[in-house]
Design a protein around this ligand. Sequence first.
Ligand code: 5GP
Ligand code: ZN
Length: 117
Amino acid sequence: MTDQDCVFCKIVAGELPSTKVRETERVLAFRDINPKAPTHVMVIPKDHYANVAELSRSDPALAGELLAAAADVADDDGVSEDGWRLLANSGRNAGQEVFHVHLHVFGGKPLGPMLAV
Ligand code: 5GP
Ligand code: ZN
């Protein structure tokens, strides 16, 4: 399942470069091109789902694999002990820019309040 116009599908296909940090059969993790923290990694399924709702309702096991991969990324980047944050934007009010579901893994510094207000 791919979307020809999707930037993350192109990264999965190797048509666009990325700095990969973890890869399993069904999951890929790579550094955000515009990092907001010392650790800022995208964790995505290789198949295209638009958002968390679509992924978790279509393939809840794959949603679980994404969570486990995020925890492994935090371990690998050495941020597990000090703490880290997961973020998944869905839709307009959340400011979602890429409509291929992704978990942001942030860490490596105090991350401030949960939301900008
Ligand atoms: P969203 O706002 O959809 O939750 O987050 C999309 C994220 O994808 C942004 O943090 C943005 O910097 C990142 N991003 C967009 N295009 C690319 C790309 O081509 N490569 C990488 N590594 N990250 C990207
Ligand atoms: Zn995609």
